[in-house]
Design a binder for this molecule. Structure first.
Ligand SMILES: N[C@@H](CCC[C@H](N)C(=O)O)C(=O)O
Length: 273
């Protein structure tokens, strides 16, 4: 079976985007890990299904697991919908498992997404403790870190470090992500505060591993740093291949601003085993 796809990226976080109508949903669990494979497939961090009536983003990680939301993904989804003539307005609502998100394409071609508020309290489905906020955590190699977990459209744990370049994010990220503290694993964001208006970060993503950027993770990191009094309410987030801007208004409401780019279009030849 041939499946028409587009590939987009937002700050290096890459996605295969496919229109829902063209194949039976029953093949998804086999299709996603195959098409996202970087050697034998097209290669991507995530897979996005587009539903048009109403407009909905259905997001899957590289391994085929479903996630409630994806910050870089929703900007790419929005650009795809505009490129394909699915939407004709510059601002529109998108249904996600984490609620309706309103997207706006700006004059500078960046996409602005109203990401809503973080949830620091009702995390009963996220972790097995009452709260993980400043929890002291020892890694297998005896590093001691502090973990801050919150729900920002999906589950995120923030770890502040002195210098991103001096830490084994793959090893530590995997350990925290898979720790039994978390009922359904967690995304792990390593954050270096550069100054009160600028952070550097990189994420070990649940269902995928290290990625070059994570939009919901950037929102979680800035919300957490702001809460702890470590940054202003408007922060530049530097990632290995791009930059996001995160703004928090007086009511704890978070906006994410960043790019979305089409890289390729093609047909994937799907063969089931
Ligand atoms: N890359 C994303 C987040 C994707 C989902 C995540 N891996 C999860 O399982 O929650 C982003 O840009 O937000």
């Amino acid at each position: 079976m041939k499946i028409a796809f587009s590939k987009y990226h937002g700050c290096g976080n890459d996605f295969i985007i496919v229109n829902e109508a063209q194949f039976p949903i029953s093949i998804l669990s086999e299709l996603i890990p195959k098409i996202c494979d970087r050697h034998t497939g097209v290669g991507a961090d995530g897979f996005i299904l587009v539903k048009t009536d109403p407009l909905e983003m259905i997001y899957y990680n590289q391994d085929g697991s479903r996630a409630p939301m994806c910050g870089n993904g929703i900007r790419c989804f929005s650009k795809y919908c505009m490129d394909q003539g699915i939407v004709h307005r510059n601002s529109f609502p998108v249904k996600t498992l984490a609620g309706i998100k309103v997207v706006r394409k700006r004059e500078d071609s960046l996409f602005e997404v109203d990401m809503g508020k973080p949830d620091r309290e009702d995390l009963s489905l996220v972790h097995t403790r009452d709260k993980i906020w400043g929890l002291s955590y020892q890694t297998n190699e005896n590093e001691v870190l502090r973990l801050y977990t919150l729900f920002h459209s999906t589950v995120h744990t923030v770890v502040f470090v002195e210098n991103l370049d001096c830490i084994d994010m793959q090893r530590i990220g995997k350990q925290i992500c898979e720790d039994r503290l978390f009922a359904q694993q967690t995304n792990v964001n390593f954050v270096q505060i550069v100054d009160r208006k600028h952070i550097r970060m990189q994420t070990y993503e649940r269902g995928c591993g290290m990625t070059l950027a994570c939009g919901t993770g950037a929102c979680a990191a800035v919300s957490c740093a702001f809460d702890l009094g470590q940054c202003e309410n408007t922060v530049r987030v530097s990632l290995p291949k791009g930059e996001l801007q995160i703004q928090i208004d007086g009511q704890d409401h978070v906006k994410m601003i960043g790019p979305a780019k089409c890289i390729a279009k093609g047909e994937y030849i799907y063969e089931n085993d």
